[in-house]
Write a protein that binds this ligand. Structure first.
Ligand code: BEZ
Ligand code: FE
Length: 302
């Protein structure tokens, strides 16, 4: 069996001094930065990095492997594929950054990860319209309200929604350039909204690159709990980036990017084929589902 150690190994006082002196020299090297925030960030980052290297007694082989990993992440990254966002996501860094920057405020809806599949200027639909755009999947009626934390309706909130088809792919992952599974709509005078989408299904994050290899090496699955993405923005209110998840989904407690929050898990009521829809939509002989998402936006600057 390969010998390895996870415990700190004793080092001599002289060696300790050598390592300490290097850290101090490196931290001092940022002293001329005009930007105080940058100076602070670089000192903290390098301080933690050196502490990590020293704590785990990182071998040179391990450091080279890490550099090769980052190089491979850079090589696979292009306009459509962002391996560094995936890395941030699977390390929980995206979720932590969101937690730090979207602190709980009264009853405001919780934020979660953005993911790499948002597209600006998605097709505009009217209330009650269909975001599916021909994508395969079970129709799902989504209804809700947008209010502020005082309970007042927010008319005219921009609601951008996007989701994968039931094959587990977003439109931008196909080569045909078709747009589906995404739209923008606006809440009405009462802050209400409704649209047809697809019942969310689980799918893996892209895992054919270095991040996928890392997940495999540590015995983790790339699959995300089924979800539907939202970005909701309105004048004077904090923009909310979030998802809703499906109650009962067995992946809720092992989402590959740590995006699940209990408050975002919603009941999706299943209706058998032939059940009339509230808006009289003709779904032929298809089953459909229905859910509700009442969105509460915090004030800007909170
Ligand atoms: C997504 O939900 O679309 C997603 C989030 C993080 C990484 C990859 C995909
Ligand atoms: Fe997603």
């Amino acid at each position: 069996m390969t010998e390895f150690s996870t415990a700190a190994q004793p080092i001599s006082p002289q060696q300790h001094d050598v390592e300490d002196t290097l850290v101090e020299t490196v931290l001092a090297s940022f002293g001329n930065a005009d930007d105080e925030r940058l100076k602070f960030l670089m000192r903290s980052l390098t301080g933690h990095l050196h502490a990590f290297i020293r704590e785990v007694r990182l071998t040179e082989d391990e450091w080279h492997t890490a550099i090769e990993f980052l190089t491979a992440a850079g090589e696979i990254t292009d306009e459509k594929r962002q391996e560094f966002i995936l890395l941030s996501d699977v390390l929980g860094a995206s979720a932590q950054c969101i937690a730090v920057n979207n602190q709980a405020y009264k009853g405001a809806t919780e934020a979660t990860v953005f993911g790499p599949f948002f597209v600006e200027n998605a097709p505009r639909i009217e209330l009650g319209g269909d975001i599916a755009g021909g994508a395969s999947g079970q129709p799902c009626l989504v209804e809700g309200t947008v209010t502020d934390t005082e309970g007042l309706p927010v008319p005219g909130a921009r609601i951008e929604v996007w989701e994968a088809d039931d094959q587990g792919y977003y439109d931008v992952q196909y080569a045909d350039g078709k747009v589906f599974g995404r739209a923008q709509l606006f809440s009405d005078a009462n802050g209400e909204f409704r649209f047809w989408g697809l019942t969310p299904t689980p799918y893996p994050i892209p895992h054919d690159g270095p991040v996928g290899m890392l997940l495999e090496a540590v015995g983790r699955s790339p699959v995300r709990a089924a979800h539907l993405h939202f970005m909701v923005s309105a004048e004077g209110l904090r923009t909310l980036v979030t998802h809703i998840f499906v109650r009962g989904d067995e992946l809720l407690d092992r989402d590959s990017v740590f995006g699940v929050k209990q408050s975002l898990v919603k009941e999706f009521i299943e209706h058998p084929p032939g059940t009339p829809t509230p808006d009289g939509r003709d779904l032929g002989n298809r089953a459909w589902s229905q859910t509700r998402f009442d969105i509460v936006l915090a004030p800007s600057g909170t």
